[in-house]
Ligand binder design. Structure first.
Ligand SMILES: [Zn+2]
Length: 217
């Protein structure tokens, strides 16, 4: 699009104030879904599909809610009165449902997040929130893993952060190479988890413990 055309578009109010790029309106987004329905060979106007564009946009708002959120919102409320607790905190098996940025199809799995506080501890549910902030965007698993670790590292400034994600990618399961049983594991270790073998061992031991009450005991 040429610059004068772009300016005309802004003047016409087809883009909301404060957006850095040309963000389409919701109506334009629905039209795009209609176009895709026609493109795959279906009829967007038939009964069963009439409400589909609106439903798809609603679902997308949910799947990509992370674009409207920042991790600091959840990490800035810290508890400093934790009686000097400065040992490893591990939140495991956080459900992940994200979408790969190459195919826009889901990848699902679990995240395990550990950190060693440095005087500041955050509510456990906030860790799960931070995972969601980044998972609810278009992602690649490696980037997702690193972004979660970096956000916790920057805001809490802990002695160390470790993020491990295990996921199954629909783009690998049901298209392309079609390997439905394959799991991808990624990890990002910072601070003490990177520098100290004993801390890393402790993490692996805790991650390997049976988690459901009664299981394996
Ligand atoms: Zn993909």
């Amino acid at each position: 699009m040429r610059i004068d055309e772009e300016e005309a578009r802004i003047d016409a109010g087809t883009r909301s104030e404060g957006d850095s790029g040309a963000r389409p309106t919701e109506e334009e987004a629905r039209q795009a879904i209609r176009t895709l329905l026609a493109y795959i060979g279906d009829e967007p106007d038939r009964e069963g599909l009439r409400e589909t564009p609106a439903r798809v946009i609603r679902a997308m708002k949910e799947h990509y809610a992370g674009y409207e959120q920042e991790p600091e919102t959840y990490l800035s409320k810290v508890f400093e009165e934790v009686a000097g607790y400065d040992e490893l905190v591990l939140v495991s098996d956080i459900e992940i449902m994200s979408h790969c940025e190459h195919h826009m199809v889901p990848f699902v799995g679990k995240a395990h997040v550990a950190y060693i506080p440095n005087g500041r501890v955050v509510g456990l549910s906030k860790i799960a929130r931070v995972v969601d902030v980044f998972a609810k965007r278009l992602q690649v698993q490696e980037k997702l893993t690193a972004q979660i670790a970096k956000a916790i590292d920057e805001v809490l400034k802990p002695q160390g952060v470790a993020v491990v994600i295990q996921a199954q990618h629909f783009c690998m399961c049901y298209r392309g190479v079609k390997k439905p049983e394959s799991w991808t594991t990624t990890s990002k270790l910072l601070g003490a988890f990177m520098d100290e073998a004993s801390t890393r061992m402790e993490l692996l031991t805790l991650m390997g413990l049976p988690r459901a009450l009664g299981s394996g005991r």
